[in-house]
Design a binder for this molecule. Structure first.
Ligand SMILES: [Zn+2]
Length: 166
């Protein structure tokens, strides 16, 4: 294996923290992780044959195009597993977020102390409270499914009472 050659390739991806590899004699697979803005990581994986990269995979929406370009590869647009297969162990961006949500919010209320996700019912109450306090509370559309934080808090209160922890 030409370690220095492979090291040069790995150095072309400073965004990736390389983690593990397998294979032998320059026919190897190496993968690593990429930091994201949320608490998750994206992966990057390169397959080498004879010490030269021949495939690169990454889950990063931000970097995949650029990564492919650095190796002069064209970016094959990948497809979502949820669009083709149906298994219980897959990431569902489309519907599952909605099904996990017990108390869907319908809007974002811009309260003086910051935005609050609210259902219609709580939005009414919060706006009324805002008026009472002389604050003009406006609401805007949700950009992604979210829970109504007031409903969630109330349900937690109920659970605690039910569990006898009060
Ligand atoms: Zn609510």
């Amino acid at each position: 294996m030409h370690k220095d050659k492979i090291e040069q390739y790995l150095s072309m991806f400073p965004e990736v923290s390389w983690d593990r590899w397998s294979g032998e004699d320059g026919d190897i697979t190496i993968f690593g992780w990429i930091d994201r803005d949320d608490s998750y990581k994206d992966f990057c994986l390169i397959n080498f044959t004879d010490n030269e990269p021949y495939e690169i995979y990454s889950s990063s929406a931000k970097y995949t195009d650029s990564f492919c370009g650095r190796l002069d590869f064209t970016h094959d647009q990948c497809k979502r597993v949820e669009d083709t297969f149906n298994v219980s162990n897959m990431i569902r961006l489309k519907k599952a977020d909605m099904t996990k949500i017990k108390y869907p919010a319908t809007q974002i209320l811009h309260w003086p102390s910051g935005p609050v996700n609210a259902c219609d019912e709580h939005a009414q109450g919060i706006k009324a409270l805002g008026n009472f306090m002389g604050a003009h509370v406006i609401s805007t559309k949700l950009d992604k499914p979210a829970e109504c934080s007031n409903c969630v808090n109330e349900s937690k209160g109920k659970d605690r009472v039910k569990d006898g922890k009060y």
